[in-house]
Design a binder for this molecule. Structure first.
Ligand SMILES: [Zn+2]
Ligand SMILES: [Zn+2]
Length: 141
């Protein structure tokens, strides 16, 4: 039996369901996650595309290209603006779910890693095993 979790945006218009465990999780301190959330960091929960089912809602996509030349697409609720998902060209068949959008108990997954600590807010102190200045992928760019 696979674990099922649901979540959605602030207004409730966008609802989704995930099946099974994420294949990767992390806290991201990059500037994009800071502007995307309006907060200090993003919480990324990566699933394979077929583990995420969008049940309802009207999503708008916004794509941009990172300094490293890779496409980054964020998907947010057209009504309330909550950033719910994003996809990265780097991990093409994966969908990142914004960790804070899961229904309570919201943080059911473990986060063992933080990335882009070069732009980390000085007041943030996390209990994670692994830390990266950027990402291993970006380091070669
Ligand atoms: Zn909404
Ligand atoms: Zn980020």
């Amino acid at each position: 039996m696979s674990e099922i979790h649901e979540g959605g945006c602030q207004c409730g218009g966008v609802r989704y369901r995930t099946t099974g465990q994420p294949h990767r999780t992390g806290v991201c301190h990059c500037r994009f996650c800071q502007t995307r959330t309006g907060s200090a960091f993003g919480v990324s929960v990566y699933f394979d595309a077929d583990q995420v089912e969008i049940l309802s809602g009207d999503l708008k996509d916004y794509s941009f290209t990172t300094d490293g030349g890779r496409r980054f697409t964020t998907r947010f609720c057209k009504t309330c603006g909550t950033s719910v998902f994003w996809t990265l060209e780097l991990f093409d068949d994966a969908i990142a779910v914004a960790g804070g959008t899961f229904d309570p108990p919201t943080f059911w997954f473990d986060v063992g890693r933080e990335i882009f600590t070069r732009s980390k807010a000085p007041f943030v102190h996390l209990d994670v095993a692994e830390s990266d200045e950027t990402t291993p992928g970006a380091a070669q760019e």
